[in-house]
Design a protein around this ligand. Structure first.
Ligand SMILES: Cc1ncc(COP(=O)(O)O)c(C=O)c1O
Length: 413
């Protein structure tokens, strides 16, 4: 087809690139399901389909781009081996497929990387080198080893072959769920969105493309809007915590994407918890970012047919447990009530009778006499408890106040 473009204007990534990647990687990555979610559709008031990329072997879509890049290398490059700087899903995807294909894979991570991430990468075949205190220092070292050892550097996002591989997610979604008219896609460096956007816009020109970033790392958002919001902090969505987005991906995203939304930490936590409760599926923070954006402003998506990518499932189990408990706390099903008492026999017993009368289960009691700012004869007791719902909890609090107790609830953010 003659598109009328001059060579300078020729698109940097095309549907054909993505289709070729799909053919190349077929049978070597999981053809993950894309399914309609009845319950989430009811909750957000519009149709929602989920693409379960957390079901890949290394639990993230990153395998697609890494594998496509590996398969496009010549024999000499494959024999010498590849290198990347990453402590995340890219390192696991590259290591796993490198080992399968007999390509040596070196991954440089900062010395501060949690041991569990080092082990996960080593388990799937990567040779991990710990260097530098920060990601930037690890990255610089990887580029130095690339030169010294003649390895091929595989960028986690800012490379056409990688982005083309990631774009295959969109091909599968539109093939399996043709009704989708809006894609909501997490953006870190932009590899997933640039690949998916390229394929989806070419197949369905009217499709709406919505990117999502963590509010703490709005780097691509800044690039698109010309703003200068700061990047930094501890986000649950470390997979999309990228301070400097790609140049190649940035150019594509600028052209294709309709809007980038920013999500806060409570929304990310809520989305992770909901996906586990409703879909019985484990996602990491970045994998829940799309749902978080929709939950935060459902009216923005009203009447649309939404495709969300659950792009990764690598979350530490202790962190997941905390996220779930915090979600119960936010919904009023567990709570910590702080009650001021007089230090005399039976005082705690009387309070507990109120809990019993309201059928609220006590989980823990922290009785504090010394580290309080109350007079010596007073004490503060913190009671962690479990209620059926917020209404039951509120009734207990009201009853305690009615009989004269000073009660406050220890809140989460
Ligand atoms: C689970 C998950 N989601 C999203 C992203 C962001 O992808 P990109 O950098 O291609 O925008 C990553 C990147 O590592 C990821 O691991």
């Amino acid at each position: 087809m003659d598109t009328g473009t001059t060579p300078e204007q020729a698109p940097e990534l095309t549907l054909d690139d993505v289709r070729a990647a799909a053919e190349r990687i077929a049978g070597q990555v999981v053809r993950t399901p894309c399914m309609h979610s009845q319950t989430l559709s009811n909750i957000v008031g519009t149709d929602v389909w989920l693409k379960f990329e957390n079901l890949q072997f290394t639990a993230a879509y990153k395998e697609r781009g890494a594998l496509n890049a590996l398969l496009l290398m010549d024999k000499a490059q494959r024999e010498r081996g590849v290198i990347a700087a990453s402590a995340g899903n890219h390192s696991q995807g590259l290591s796993y497929h490198g080992r399968r294909l007999g390509v040596p894979v070196t991954i440089v991570m900062p010395k501060t990387t949690p041991m569990v991430k080092v082990m996960q990468t080593e388990q799937v075949g990567g040779n991990v080198v710990l260097e530098g205190e920060t990601f930037d220092e690890a990255y610089a070292h990887a580029r130095q080893l690339e030169q010294e050892l003649g390895l091929t550097f595989v960028h986690p996002f800012d490379e056409p072959n990688v982005a083309a591989g990631q774009g295959t997610v969109a091909l599968e979604m539109l093939e399996d769920c043709g009704e989708i008219d809006t894609l909501v896609v997490p953006i870190g460096g932009g590899g997933l969105m640039s690949g998916m956007g390229t394929a989806a816009r070419a197949l369905k020109p009217d499709i709406e493309l919505v990117g999502v970033q963590a509010k703490l790392y709005p780097s691509m958002y800044d690039r698109l809007t010309g703003k200068d919001l700061p990047c930094g902090g501890d986000t649950l969505a470390e997979g999309i915590a990228v301070k400097k987005p790609g140049d190649f991906t940035g150019r594509i995203i600028e052209k294709l994407v309709d809007e980038i939304l920013l999500v806060d930490e409570p929304s990310l936590e809520k989305a992770v918890a909901l996906l586990l409760q409703i879909e019985k599926t484990v996602v990491e923070g970045a994998g829940a970012a799309g749902l978080a954006a929709v939950l935060a402003q459902p009216e923005r998506f009203s009447g649309r047919k939404l495709g969300l990518v659950l792009c990764g499932g690598n979350i530490d189990t202790r962190l997941l447990a905390n996220v779930l408990l915090r979600d119960l706390a936010r919904s009023g099903r567990i709570a910590r009530l702080r009650i001021t008492l007089q230090d005399r026999p039976g005082a705690l017993y009387k309070v507990m009778r109120e809990f019993q009368a309201h059928n609220v289960n006590i989980l823990e009691i922290y009785h504090q006499r010394i580290f309080t700012d109350l007079p010596a004869k007073g004490l503060v007791t913190d009671i962690e408890c479990e209620a059926r719902d917020r209404e039951q909890l509120d009734q207990l609090v009201a009853a305690l106040r009615e009989v004269g107790y000073n009660v406050s609830q220890v809140e989460l953010n």
